[in-house]
Design a protein around this ligand. Structure first.
Ligand code: ATP
Ligand code: MG
Length: 393
């Protein structure tokens, strides 16, 4: 890109000089630069010094949507939202958060740990890998961050500061559109496999579905429970091994808002169920059971983090019976947000590679759609993770 619209937007050839100017590399440094970002929204460059195996990653938000170019403007402020969220995540869940070395508000960019040795979880699952320790670590991160940023874990003054610093109207609107409305109506952006024609039409015409999605929209827009990642699907988790130990990093919190805690758990759970539907379609029942079983692993790690924080809570008035009620409410929200995410992945705009790369995505997509509808309309039947796992097995 050239011209005034591209002012400040980095190209691969600028990255080393940029790192030197930011004090992140010595004068005269050079090496390779690869654009690794295959995402829709932003650019990610990895710069590796000559002779080294790992380097630094620079993520920049251009003032438009990367995949569409300057004809689709979008505020680059999202990079600063992401950098602020990463700072909060690093405070409460340092193990699972990429290390950020520099934040540059002038260029809407930040520089972080190079994660090129890791793999995006969705890609790993499509390639047949197991979840390993991932769901436990993600549940732990969501538990720690949401407890610490909730009215239970944080003082009123800290909560007020968090709320003021976490407004994210641009990306909240994207969630309301692509997750919480369009998949449930007639939008040109939607698509689905022809096998699902009748069931998609029935779902969209069902007033009970409309009411449940309305309740989730309301929760998203008004229930400021804790800082949530906002886009915690299997494309936002990178996994691998370093020195023989499992490594999990949760990336890309540009959708972060103070919102309902069940959103993050629901998005992750939905994508584990989508992965399970893939395994089942490929005839691997053991793998399908293992993937569906991630619901329990996620939930146990999440609740363990809340239980661990609870004795040191900031609001001593809150009692144990309230905690049980609150966790039950988060579980209910988790099921609801999982359901809308599953609908989005088979009947909305953004489909999942887990299903799209099957020889015929139709039957597995139908399983996902039926499971989503059951979760949406009959949540009391899914009082625990085992009941959810049975849906796609
Ligand atoms: N620190 C990093 N080190 C190495 N590779 C990375 C790093 N961060 C991101 N990536 C790679 O870049 C890809 C895009 O990153 P990310 O999801 O953060 O960008 P995005 O443009 O916001 O994506 P989306 O359009 O999905 O929102 C990731 O899927 C991953 O492959
Ligand atoms: Mg993103």
């Amino acid at each position: 890109m050239t011209g005034p619209a591209a002012a400040g937007v980095l190209e691969p050839g600028d990255v080393w000089a940029y790192l030197v100017a930011r004090g992140l590399a010595p004068d005269g440094s050079s090496g390779t630069v690869r654009e690794v970002g295959d995402g829709n929204m932003n650019r990610v460059f990895v710069a590796v010094p000559a002779g080294a195996t790992r380097g630094l990653a620079v993520k920049q938000a251009p003032p438009w949507i990367r995949a569409l170019g300057p004809s689709a403007p979008m505020s680059p402020e999202r990079a600063m939202v992401e950098a602020r969220a990463l700072a909060t995540f690093a405070r409460f869940a340092p193990e699972q958060t990429p290390r950020v070395l520099d934040v540059d508000p002038g260029r809407f960019a930040f520089t972080m740990e190079d994660l090129s040795d890791l793999t995006v979880l969705r890609t790993a699952l499509v390639d047949g890998a197991g979840f390993g320790d991932t769901s436990r670590q993600v549940g732990d991160l969501v538990g720690r961050v949401t407890f610490a940023t909730s009215a239970a874990g944080a003082t009123a003054a800290d909560r007020a500061a968090l709320l003021a610093a976490s407004v994210n109207p641009v990306l909240a609107a994207v969630t309301e559109q692509y997750l919480l409305s369009e998949p449930f109506g007639a939008s040109d952006a939607n698509r689905h496999h022809p096998l699902l024609d009748a069931e998609v039409a029935a779902l969209r015409a069902d007033p009970a579905v409309r009411t449940e999605v309305s309740a989730l929209r309301w929760a998203f827009a008004s229930r400021a429970e804790a800082l949530v990642h906002g886009d915690l699907h299997s494309g936002s988790v990178m996994v691998g091994e370093r020195d023989g130990a499992a490594v999990v990093r949760v990336i890309d919190p540009e959708f972060a808002v103070v919102g309902p805690i069940g959103l993050d758990l629901g998005l992750y759970l939905a994508n584990a169920l989508v992965a399970a539907a893939r395994s089942a379609a490929l005839g691997d029942r053991a793998e399908a059971a293992d993937r569906a079983g991630q619901a329990a692993v996620l939930w146990e790690a999440f609740t363990a983090a809340w239980q661990a924080g609870w004795p040191g809570r900031a609001d001593r008035f809150l009692d144990d019976a309230w905690l049980s009620r609150q966790l039950a409410s988060v579980w209910d929200d988790t099921l609801g947000f999982a359901a809308v995410e599953m609908v989005r992945r088979v009947a909305g705009y953004s489909h999942a590679a887990d299903l799209e790369t099957l020889p015929d995505p139709g039957p597995a997509s139908a399983v996902v759609l039926r499971a989503a509808r059951a979760l949406l309309l009959d949540r009391p039947a899914f009082g625990d993770p085992a009941a959810v796992a049975a849906l796609v097995r």
